[in-house]
Design a protein around this ligand. Structure first.
Ligand SMILES: [Zn+2]
Length: 443
């Protein structure tokens, strides 16, 4: 097996471009495919993947296809230059620094949280819920680009994804496992992230394998645990437990028709959390892990997951005591984690509009574009707290008059700078639009 020594020079030559890369160090020893080195050219740092073996012609063809596809999204770490080193083929790519001082962190933090050390003590940090949603959305976006081009990575998993610590954008590594519908996959995937039929060897990896892995990652991040790992995992006694759970006898833990594999009592938090999630999320998981368990085309698509993640973002609020996510769709009165009384914030919505509306928080400004489709969005209200009764009100910022209609049929007109009081059963007319309130403390 070829091992490159530090200082080894690698030359890339194309029509009018010559670039020389110098090997700095070995970063990862690949198990099957190849090794990854840190290399530099002038002041710039890159990574080099060098294949151990393989049909040179086929690899070259694959690399140039990846080069083109990789440009479809900045999330893909793709070949920049294809090189030949002592008869071995390899490629130069972007260097993703996920070391302790690097710009990137491993996506497994979505599932495991982050271990941080301070004064010799290690403590556990979780990404805030909205940041988790943002990262998952970015992963779904990258998968969507490939999926809609009939391509799949086949080995999508936390380990292959790095998160930018500054803006939560993502980078997907190992994109050279990507194949189109007609090509033979190089890898079949990783246990737990590949669908049962692929693991059994009964179905060749296909574009729906990524939609399976995507749903697994969303489930693991938001709910915790694995969607197929429940009671049966503990009761099992002979043979290979992973084969049994993920390949030969897979049952979704929240399968609506089969409760034989529910999460264990010791994983109560998983049951409580799932119960608390909106129905559209539960439906999507059921669709993927029941109807789509053996039938790839039944799985929720990356584009649909993006809509669901966006909706979760719009529908969530955080327990002020413990930070657990709660949803506007739930009628829970107390937080199931800390027991604190929870009150979903009041939401202002426009009737008949496809906009989600806005939750009202003190000091925020509400734009017309938050409520209805408006190319010339302008500030309509500012949320203020009245001096007298400490209640929220909507201060009119726009110049047009606002009509308040009370539940008893009475109405009153408000002008600029007036504060419209909030009555949950009232309606507010702004020109042709009717606004109403959702949620809040039930009377
Ligand atoms: Zn709480």
């Amino acid at each position: 097996m070829l091992k490159l020594k530090p200082g080894t020079k690698i030359t890339f030559k194309s029509n009018n471009l010559i670039k020389v890369f110098t090997v700095d160090s070995l970063l990862h020893t690949g198990s099957g495919q190849g090794d990854i080195y840190k290399v530099y050219s002038n002041q710039d740092i890159y990574a080099l993947k060098l294949f151990h073996t393989g049909d040179q012609k086929r690899l070259r063809k694959q690399m140039s296809a990846l080069q083109r596809r990789g440009q479809a999204s900045s999330a893909f770490v793709h070949p920049l230059y294809v090189v030949n080193v002592e008869g071995h083929i390899g490629y130069i790519m972007e260097f993703i620094n996920d070391g302790p001082k690097g710009q990137y962190m491993d996506a497994s933090v979505l599932f495991n949280g982050i271990e941080r050390t301070s004064n010799g003590n290690t403590f556990h940090v979780e990404l805030p819920f909205n940041k988790k949603l943002l990262v998952l959305y970015n992963i779904a976006e990258a998968v969507k680009v490939l999926f809609e081009a009939d391509i799949a990575l086949m080995d999508l998993k936390f380990e292959n994804i790095k998160i930018n610590k500054n803006d939560y954008s993502i980078k997907i590594l190992d994109t050279d496992t990507a194949v189109g519908r007609e090509s033979k996959a190089i890898v079949s995937g990783t246990i737990g992230f590949m669908p049962p039929l692929t693991m059994r060897g009964e179905e060749v990896p296909n574009i729906y394998n990524d939609t399976y892995a995507l749903a697994v990652m969303i489930y693991m991040t938001l709910i915790g645990g694995h969607p197929l790992r429940g009671r049966r995992y503990e009761e099992f006694c002979t043979g290979n437990i992973d084969t049994y759970t993920f390949a030969t006898n897979p049952i979704y833990t929240f399968n609506r028709k089969d409760d034989s594999n529910r999460p264990l009592e010791s994983e109560r938090r998983i049951i409580q959390r799932m119960k608390n999630y909106p129905d559209y999320f539960k439906d999507a998981m059921h669709q993927t892990f029941v109807e789509g368990l053996f039938e790839g085309k039944n799985r929720v698509t990356p584009r649909e997951w993006q809509d669901i993640l966006l909706k979760l973002y719009e529908d969530h609020f955080i327990c002020p005591e413990c930070g657990e996510e709660h949803f506007f769709t739930s009628s829970a009165k107390n937080c199931y984690v800390c027991g604190a009384e929870i009150h979903p914030p009041i939401k202002l919505v426009c009737e008949g509009s496809n906009k989600a509306g806005v939750y009202l928080f003190n000091g925020m400004e509400i734009y017309t574009g938050d409520l209805w489709e408006d190319a010339n969005s302008y500030i309509l209200f500012k949320i203020v707290v009245s001096k007298y009764d400490k209640k929220y009100g909507l201060q009119c910022v726009g110049t047009q008059s606002i009509e308040l209609e009370l539940a008893n049929g009475l109405s009153k007109t408000f002008e600029k700078d007036d504060v419209v009081p909030i009555f949950l059963d009232s309606k507010i007319k702004v020109g042709e639009y009717t606004l109403s309130f959702l949620g809040g403390k039930t009377k």
